[in-house]
Design a protein around this ligand. Structure first.
Ligand SMILES: Cc1cc2nc3c(=O)[nH]c(=O)nc-3n(C[C@H](O)[C@H](O)[C@H](O)COP(=O)(O)O)c2cc1C
Length: 180
C-alpha cells in the first residue's frame, strides 16, 4: 500500500497543513511532494493520492508563470491516464473574506484529476463553516476536507485527525478496520 501526498503552493498555509496531514499517515507508507517536484506519470505507482491546495484567485490556475506549479502540472495530467486511482482532496480558504467563493478551487482539482480517470472520494460535512456559496459542494457535502487557517485555525488539527481517521477506515485500510 502506497500513499502519495501532493500539495501546492509551498511556503504558506497549504504546506503547513500538508505536513500535519502527513503526520497522520506517517506510519502508513506515505510520501509527500510539492506539485513542482513530480510529474503526473509518477503518480501511477500510488494506490491512494491525497491532493491539496488553496483558493487564491484565478491567476493561480490560469497563468503560466514560474510560481504556478498547477498550470504545467495540469497540462501533463491531461495527457496521463490515472484510471482507477483514488484521490482524496483537501482545500484551504477563508470563509469570512470570501463567503461567495469559499474553497472554490478544490473543485478545479477534482475536475482535473477526474479528467485523467481518477476517482475522487473523502467528502466532508459543511457543518461548522459559515459561508454563502462554494463550487466545492456536491450532494450537500464538501468534496474533500476543508480547512480555514485564517478564521478557524484552532479547528484544523481536530478536523485533520477526524478526516484522516475516516478515510483510513473507509477507503485506505478497510480490512484492518473490520478486524478491530
Ligand atoms: C489574493 C487572495 C485571494 C484569495 N481568494 C480566496 C477565495 O476566492 N476563496 C477562499 O475561500 N479563500 C481565498 N483566499 C484565502 C486563502 O485561500 C487562504 O488564506 C489560504 O489559507 C492560503 O493558503 P496558502 O498561503 O498556502 O496559499 C484568498 C487569499 C488571497 C491572498
Amino acid at each position: 500500500m502506497k500513499i502519495g501526498l501532493l500539495y501546492w503552493p509551498k511556503g504558506g498555509n497549504v504546506e503547513r497543513v500538508a505536513n500535519r496531514i502527513y503526520k497522520e499517515f506517517e506510519t502508513d507508507n506515505i510520501e509527500m511532494f510539492d506539485t513542482a517536484s513530480i510529474k503526473p506519470a509518477d503518480l501511477k505507482k500510488y494506490d491512494f493520492l491525497i491532493v491539496g491546495g488553496s483558493t487564491v484567485g484565478s491567476e493561480t490556475w490560469e497563468d503560466a508563470d514560474d510560481s504556478n506549479a498547477w498550470y504545467s502540472f495540469f497540462k501533463d495530467l491531461n495527457k496521463t491516464d490515472l484510471s482507477g486511482l483514488t484521490v482524496l482532496l483537501f482545500g484551504l480558504g477563508d470563509q469570512i473574506l470570501y463567503p461567495d467563493q469559499f474553497v472554490d478551487e478544490m473543485a478545479t482539482l477534482r475536475e482535473e484529476f477526474e479528467r485523467s480517470g481518477a476517482v475522487i472520494k473523502g467528502n466532508w460535512p459543511i457543518e461548522g463553516y459559515e459561508f454563502n456559496e462554494s463550487r466545492s459542494i456536491e450532494n450537500g457535502e464538501f468534496i474533500g476536507l476543508v480547512l480555514d487557517e485564517d478564521q478557524q485555525p484552532e479547528l484544523t488539527d481536530s478536523r485533520i485527525h477526524q478526516w484522516a481517521t475516516v478515510v483510513k477506515n473507509r477507503y485506505i485500510f478497510p480490512e484492518e478496520h473490520e478486524k478491530v
